[in-house]
Design a protein around this ligand. Structure first.
Ligand SMILES: Cc1cc2nc3c(=O)[nH]c(=O)nc-3n(C[C@H](O)[C@H](O)[C@H](O)COP(=O)(O)O)c2cc1C
Length: 106
């Protein structure tokens, strides 16, 4: 199993998404790779990681009732390379307001 996780918060490593993602992964038996989607110019290089992954996890906040633009941008890149990407196990986790994140951590 190769799990590749993406943090889709524009706030990157200082985000609630990052805290949740690290917390989730601390309970996983296998190792994982994590990438920040706010490094938009690097997104194209993540295709290689997606190609070889068996499981994908996206953690991102809800901004104005929608996914952040950096997440949409990456999904569009994935769509452009869909011929290379086999069907994966996929999990999307939406982070809402801070109070609910706080509750989830505890
Ligand atoms: C510009 C902006 C828009 C937001 N829109 C929503 C929203 O529509 N619904 C919601 O429940 N929370 C909304 N939030 C709250 C964020 O989802 C919440 O603060 C989240 O924990 C931020 O996660 P992050 O630190 O990973 O970016 C918004 C926050 C910002 C800054």
């Amino acid at each position: 199993m190769k799990l590749v996780a993406f943090n889709g918060s524009p706030r990157g490593s200082n985000s609630n998404s990052n805290t949740i993602l690290d917390w989730m992964m601390s309970g996983m038996p296998s190792s994982f790779e994590k990438y920040l989607l706010n490094q938009v110019k690097k997104q194209i290089t993540y295709i290689d990681q997606v190609e070889t992954a068996s499981h994908l996890l996206f953690v991102f906040p809800l901004y104005a009732d929608a996914m952040p633009g950096i997440v949409m941008n990456f999904f569009e890149i994935l769509g452009q390379h869909k011929d290379k990407i086999k069907i994966k196990k996929l999990c999307l986790l939406f982070i809402l307001d801070f109070q609910r994140v706080h509750t989830l951590i505890h």
